[in-house]
Design a protein around this ligand. Structure first.
Ligand SMILES: C[S@@+](CC[C@H](N)C(=O)[O-])C[C@H]1O[C@@H](n2cnc3c(N)ncnc32)[C@H](O)[C@@H]1O
Length: 307
């Protein structure tokens, strides 16, 4: 069992974990400029979840701008902001939030490095449009001189045995033995009821998603901030990987959950879906629900979805 952590209720440069119970702007204003290596968050989407009040779209954008400006002020010159968002939906019409918020980052002079697609397979079933099965992570850096380390987040090569067939390296293996770049489409299950990381929070993102950002955009000991910490997923990912962290949450129940998960991350008792676990495939997990009652046995035995 690892050591319990002292969680500070307000910002302190020496704290390994800060969990502020209140408005994120209050926390952000207490953090000195140029001190944060990574801001990673998923803000409210203005869609009337239990933790937010719907407001006019322009009022929402203005509020997000005030938070993003403070994040930018606290950010180190080689630091990054990762803003994970989906759609604002009004009467069945969608407005992708990344489109709404990109001009804010642009006005701050930040550079977009990737617009990462996070694809998942479960969610609301729409009847008047296609069901939404992805959200995005907008990754911006403060300057051109930003920290990025690909190696800790490489994934296994597709063809590790492939060799150069001509030229001076003919016969040698052609791929990087450390693995390949994971690309900008990430496939992780979303945190629904049977996910091991599920808490009472309605909209958690998976720890593995944040870990990729923490591992590639920060070094051990650096500070990771999530202004909308919810159930503390970013905080947990930071502590699991030896980073410092600070976050804010307004709702008492989620704040308590976040503190518990930070503590569990520190003591090695947090429930985490292990990194690089393949996505669940019912074909390889027993066939009980895979026979369609409207097909004959021989039709069912054919792999109709084989590509
Ligand atoms: C989309 S959820 C974040 C979930 C989080 N990524 C997780 O994995 O648990 C947004 C959170 O922001 C919180 N929130 C809303 N307004 C806030 C504010 N002004 N300051 C701090 N937290 C706020 C909400 O209560 C909610 O828990």
């Amino acid at each position: 069992m690892l050591n319990e952590l002292k969680i500070s209720s307000k910002y302190s440069p020496d704290a390994q974990a800060v969990a502020y119970h209140g408005d994120c702007l209050q926390l952000l204003r207490s953090i000195p400029e140029n001190s944060v290596s990574l801001v990673v968050t998923s803000p409210p989407y203005n869609i009337g979840k239990e933790y937010e009040k719907r407001q006019a779209v322009q009022a929402y954008i203005d509020w997000q701008e005030s938070v993003i400006q403070e994040c930018h002020r606290t950010l180190a010159n080689d630091g990054s902001i990762c803003w994970q968002v989906g759609n604002y939906v009004n009467n069945g019409s969608i407005l992708p939030i990344d489109i709404l918020l990109h001009p804010i980052f642009d006005r701050l002079g930040m550079k977009m490095r990737n617009r990462i697609i996070w694809h998942f397979e479960h969610g609301l079933h729409c009847s008047q449009r296609l069901s939404g099965r992805y959200e995005v992570i907008m990754w911006y850096t403060k300057t051109e001189d930003y920290f990025f380390n690909l190696d800790p987040i490489r994934v296994p090569q597709k063809y590790p045995g492939k060799k150069y067939f001509k030229g001076p390296k003919a016969g040698q293996h052609s791929c990087n033995p450390l693995g390949k770049n994971p690309g900008d489409v990430w496939v992780f299950p979303n945190v629904k009821s049977n996910h091991v990381e599920k808490t009472g929070h309605p909209c958690q993102f998976p720890i593995e998603l944040v870990e990729r950002l923490v591992l590639s955009l920060t070094e051990p000991g650096e500070l990771v901030v999530d202004p909308f910490m919810g159930a503390g997923t970013s905080q947990a990912a930071a502590i699991l990987n030896g980073r410092r962290t600070a976050g804010a949450e307004m709702v008492s129940e989620y704040y308590q959950t976040a503190c518990e998960r930070i503590q569990q991350a520190a003591t090695g008792t947090l429930r985490v879906r292990p990194r690089n676990t393949p996505v669940f495939d019912p074909k390889y997990a027993g066939k009980s629900l895979l026979s369609a009652p409207w097909l004959t046995p021989s039709e069912n035995s054919r792999d109709l979805f084989a590509s």
